[in-house]
Design a protein around this ligand. Structure first.
Ligand SMILES: [Zn+2]
Length: 456
């Protein structure tokens, strides 16, 4: 029988998290919409909730509202003496949250931190204040037990992951300037997902080893404009519509990334019979499997290619006025292995209309792929197995972005995983209504970080 974390530490974590959820640390791309008083109040609560952490670790502000803790290691690092830089590990989380939307739609108010005896409710419980609390609770407990890590451990807590993400970039730059070369970076991303794979009853601990690139491209068409009673052929809106239709008709080419193939191999033995055979013979069936993935559903399709979603559309402001310009935004998730430049190039080719202007609004390349073998992966796998023995552990490629992408320049072993069990409805509540974390999984999360920290 698997033993849970002591109820005491789970209760403590829940009480702290409840308090921290009540601060409305809502991110916005519009600086005037960010209530910095709430962020300051959140930061001011931490020393009281985690006194040993604040007494024993160095802490500094980064980029205004982000925090960087340094837990000094006791073992002197020979690599540093050799001029190879100071090896360290970085545990990440962020405390900004997305807006709660219509608070009336929530079962319990989104910033109440309501504890119903089994779950703690509120915006940020899963994304990502719960992870921040699990890290700090683990550190507080280890300090109370007299523990200190062998090497330096940093906690990097972001304040704008949901928007700019520049605080994480600033933290990475700061470590670089100090010659710190992280051996391992662990941030949010995957989780212990129930019902993640069709026909597989065991939960899957999915660890992000890479992130697709994110690219926003503006499509712009122009026209002299004028009165809608005398429209030209192929005006700005019609030209834009044709471009969008062409993009829609020519999806990006498919491939099955090695990470996804590895995921299928790991799921294979637990899958129903026909899939089990298919996954065991993946090297032979790679082409038909890739094809199948493209048609199975939107999620599996997104695993195999660069995807394009036209998100915003803009034409004329008046019902009887021709559009002088028409605009659309294409939100593109670039497959690992593709590039921003190559993606824009292909869009141009598919649209085949020089009168459609393309402008890159913002673009991030896909990240490098962290190894899913080797000492860092094995350490992580061991800690996950110790905490979630029922889970199948597998690497995957994240569709979304995290702060940790900013650390890929200084570390080869960047992983994205929150040590929390989440079923399909939990996962659906992230960035939606009724976000909540089970007290049991919060306790397990604390234990995961204790296990990990003891081995750093
Ligand atoms: Zn997040």
């Amino acid at each position: 029988m698997h033993t849970n974390a002591p109820a005491g530490s789970a209760n403590r974590a829940a009480a702290s998290l409840a308090e921290l959820v009540r601060f409305r640390t809502v991110s916005s791309r519009v600086p005037a919409e960010v209530d910095t008083d709430e962020f300051e109040a959140f930061l001011a609560a931490l020393p009281r909730l985690y006194p040993s952490v604040h007494a024993c670790l160095e802490v500094e502000r980064v980029n205004g509202l982000a925090l960087l803790f340094r837990w000094p290691g006791i073992a002197h690092d020979a690599d540093a003496d050799a001029g190879a830089g100071n090896r360290a590990d970085v545990l990440m989380a962020h405390y900004d949250v997305v807006p709660a939307g219509d608070g009336q739609a929530w079962t319990h108010p989104p910033f109440s931190g309501h504890n119903d005896g089994t779950h703690l409710w509120g915006r940020g419980t899963l994304d990502d204040k719960g992870q921040l609390v699990a890290i700090l609770e683990a550190a507080e407990a280890l300090l109370a037990a007299g523990f200190a890590p062998a090497r330096d451990v940093y906690f990097s807590f972001g304040n704008n992951e949901e928007t700019a993400g520049d605080s994480a970039a600033a933290a990475a730059a700061l470590l670089t300037a100090r010659g710190v070369l992280p051996w391992l970076v662990l941030d949010e991303g995957g989780a212990v997902a129930g019902g993640a794979f069709p026909g597989v009853s065991r939960p899957a601990a999915v660890v992000g080893v890479a992130e697709k690139g994110i690219l926003d491209v503006e499509l712009l068409t122009r026209d002299p404009g004028g009165h809608a009673s005398t429209p030209p052929r192929m005006g700005a809106t019609a030209r834009l519509a044709r471009a969008i239709t062409r993009i829609e008709r020519s999806p990006f080419p498919q491939s099955l990334p090695e990470v996804t193939a590895e995921m299928l191999r790991r799921f294979g033995p637990h899958a129903p019979a026909p899939l089990r055979v298919a996954f065991a013979n993946l090297s032979l069936l790679r082409v038909p499997m890739t094809w199948l993935f493209g048609r199975l559903g939107n999620e599996t399709n997104a695993m195999t290619r660069t995807t394009v979603a036209v998100t915003t559309l803009e034409g004329s402001a008046g019902a009887n006025v021709l559009a002088a310009t028409a605009k659309a935004n294409a939100n593109i998730r670039i497959a690992v292995g593709d590039t921003v430049a190559g993606t824009v190039e292909r869009l141009r080719k598919v649209i085949r209309d020089p009168k459609v202007e393309l402008r890159v609004v913002e673009g991030n390349e896909p990240t490098p792929v962290s190894d899913f073998a080797g000492p860092q992966w094995e350490l992580l796998e061991g800690c996950i197995a110790a905490t979630f023995p029922e889970a199948i552990i597998t690497p995957y490629i994240m569709m979304g972005g995290t702060d940790s992408r900013r650390f890929t320049g200084i570390c080869d072993a960047v992983y994205r995983f929150a040590p929390f069990a989440m079923d399909a409805s939990d996962r659906g509540s992230i960035h939606a209504v009724d976000e909540k974390i089970s007290l049991e999984t919060l306790g397990r999360g604390v234990r995961f970080y204790e296990t990990l920290l003891r081995q750093l």
